[in-house]
Ligand binder design. Structure first.
Ligand SMILES: NC(=O)c1ccc[n+]([C@@H]2O[C@H](COP(=O)([O-])OP(=O)(O)OC[C@H]3O[C@@H](n4cnc5c(N)ncnc54)[C@H](O)[C@@H]3O)[C@@H](O)[C@H]2O)c1
Length: 347
């Protein structure tokens, strides 16, 4: 990778894109050469801040002008399909923010376009780059907690207090289901650790944010391979700071972690003490330090550079992103129909 650079164009530069742009600026293998946003009040200051002589208000104009190798899509979920397919057809590599797309049909269109293209396609399921979750997966893969038997994660947020440009998260027509939009983080994390669920049963309600157009809380129970079972709770109306508390139970230990704490807790060992006729067992937590970095887009950009420059395979590829959406939709279907559902996986 020495001396070679990947030139990036970023589209949708208001919130999360700042983490990608900072990553691009920090890495010697990356260079920011174009930005686009339909709102000039976001595009212009961004171009000025990063020393770009021009900016685009129209995505297709940017694709036509070129001067970059990879497009980073940071626009609302509703826009991903159109922009991802257009970028692939124009011959660019793509790093697309999660969720890959909002519907199964949109995922199919992107998967098909990616298959026709010889370009790299990565989906930014950033939990795979979060230090605490990387360590958790490593401990599981090393067998440190024995065989998994139950895994749980969550996406607990409050969307009423976050800025929402043009109201895309609460669009009453192109519905953004919280389980797809945000819960996909927890669903993807557990898929990454425990494999593809074979069946799901879910319940949902609409109490915390009754003024939103969709159910705001869902609990989904999954069957995973190797007789592992699991649960994902998604809420966008929680009165608490955003968190993704995750617990992995194995036959020889337990991991408790999240995306906001400086340590991961590992339970394996316990002590016995005699208390008269009673035996007292105390579990000893091992606190393993981890960096707090729940938006580690720098690692995604670095990975994308390596993948492009070395023609390496993509780990979180278009099928991984599409299949996470497929699992989310199976849970949404289950909650609506009141019966277990099987995810319709892409291949
Ligand atoms: N990985 C994460 O943890 C994480 C966190 C937040 C958001 N996201 C995802 O990132 C994406 C963006 O979210 P956000 O919070 O930054 O949204 P945002 O509303 O803050 O920013 C989106 C930007 O896209 C621009 N935009 C909208 N339509 C456009 C178009 N057709 N062409 C060009 N620009 C357009 C808007 O003007 C806005 O500046 C979403 O897909 C979201 O789900 C991921």
């Amino acid at each position: 990778m020495e001396n070679k650079k990947v030139r990036f164009a970023v589209v949708g530069v208001h919130s999360i894109a700042k983490s990608h742009i900072e990553g691009i600026r920090r890495l010697p293998c990356a260079e920011l050469t174009a930005i686009c946003d339909i709102h000039e009040e976001f595009a212009r200051p961004c171009a000025e801040k990063y020393g770009l002589s021009t900016y685009y208000l129209d995505y297709n104009d940017m694709l036509r002008a070129g001067g970059f190798d990879c497009v980073v899509i940071c626009t609302p979920d509703q826009v991903h399909r159109r922009q991802a397919v257009a970028a692939l057809e124009a011959g660019y590599h793509v790093l697309c923010e999660k969720p890959l797309a909002m519907t199964m049909e949109d995922c199919r269109a992107i998967v098909d376009a990616a298959k026709k293209s010889d370009k790299k396609f990565m989906v930014g399921q950033v939990c795979r780059k979060t230090p605490a979750f990387i360590l958790a997966k490593q401990l599981v893969d090393e067998g440190r907690i024995g065989e998994l038997f139950f895994v749980e994660s969550e996406y607990a947020h409050n969307y009423d207090i976050i800025e929402d440009i043009d109201g895309w998260r609460r669009d009453p027509v192109n519905l953004r289901y919280p389980l797809v939009g945000g819960g996909c983080h927890a669903v993807d994390l557990l898929r990454w650790i425990a494999g593809d669920p074979t069946e799901v049963f879910a319940y949902a309600n609409h109490k915390a944010l009754p003024h939103w157009p969709v159910d705001d809380c869902t609990v989904a129970i999954f069957k995973y391979p190797n007789d592992v079972i699991g649960k994902v709770m998604t809420s966008i109306g929680c009165h608490r700071p955003y968190t993704m508390r995750t617990v992995l139970y194995g036959t020889k230990g337990t991991i408790i972690t999240d995306n906001k704490s400086p340590t991961l807790t590992l339970y394996q060992d316990y002590t016995y003490a005699k208390d008269g006729a009673h035996r007292k067992t105390t579990y000893l937590p091992t606190e393993l330090p981890v960096d707090i970095n729940s938006h580690n887009m720098t690692a995604e950009i670095e990975d994308m550079c390596r993948i492009i420059l070395e023609d390496a395979p993509v780990e979180c590829d278009v099928l991984a992103g599409a299949n996470t959406v497929a699992v989310c939709h199976a849970a949404i279907r289950s909650a609506a129909e009141g019966k277990p559902c099987v995810p319709e996986y892409f291949n």
